[in-house]
Design a protein around this ligand. Structure first.
Ligand SMILES: [Cu+2]
Length: 227
């Protein structure tokens, strides 16, 4: 056998070995531990720049049920409740280009006032305080980040839309515009690079630490008052 042929065979064997190792790693991935992450920068629809950020994390139960946790923070919105949905196209230029509500087939109907509130991308309202700031923490089993029929990373991607008004969850468009009306903000959802730090987890950890510190401080105060 010639030296060239031997080298080529060696390369093929190495490639096959790498493939085998990676398949076996995937097969052994523990449910609940393997996480898909994504994020979105929330931009104003009226030219006021960045208004916030959203983080998404998919977790799989032992039974294989996929849940996507969502944490979305915004500022600069009017006080009150605002509709939040995942819309069907990953573009925000202009905000109307994000299309209707994410609702893949076979019986899809992405019209905001049709099939509402049963679109796969329908979420609960975000509550914005008098300061214009709001934080939404929610989860959905209607969508996935990983590949599949409900993946928001389909061929044209997906985007968050925050509306000017609240979603009244009217069934089947019984009142036009009841899904939130005009669009206030938009954020293209992008996959977070593998190996990126889980920002949502870090945020929650920071929040827990702050709450613990506050509790300890309160305890110290009450102890001082008692003595
Ligand atoms: Cu919407």
């Amino acid at each position: 056998m010639k030296r060239n042929q031997l080298a080529q065979m060696g390369k093929l064997l190495a490639a096959a070995l790498v493939g085998l190792i990676s398949t076996s790693l995937q097969a052994n991935a523990k449910p609940g531990r393997s996480k898909q992450l994504a994020y979105a920068e929330i931009m104003s629809c009226t030219g006021e720049g960045k208004l916030g950020t959203a983080f998404l994390a998919e977790q799989r139960s032992k039974e294989g049920i996929k849940t996507v946790k969502i944490s979305l923070k915004v500022k600069g919105l009017t006080s009150g409740a605002h509709a939040v949905h995942i819309h069907e196209t990953g573009t925000c230029d202009p905000c109307s280009a994000a299309g209707g509500h994410f609702d893949p087939g076979p019986n899809s109907n992405s019209k905001p006032d049709g099939n509402h509130p049963f679109h796969m991308g329908d979420l609960v309202n975000i509550k914005v305080g008098p300061s214009g700031r709001g934080h939404l923490k929610t989860q959905s089993t209607r969508i996935t980040l990983s590949p599949g029929p409900l993946s928001i990373f389909d061929t044209d991607g997906s985007a968050f839309i925050i509306h000017d008004n609240k979603d009244t969850f009217c069934p089947e468009g019984s009142t036009p515009g009841c899904a939130g009306g005009s669009r206030a903000a938009c954020g293209i959802i992008r996959p977070q690079k593998p190996g990126a730090k889980d920002t949502m987890r870090r945020q929650n950890k920071r929040k827990k630490t702050r709450a613990q510190k506050k509790r300890r401080k309160q305890q110290r105060w009450s102890e001082t008052e008692e003595t």
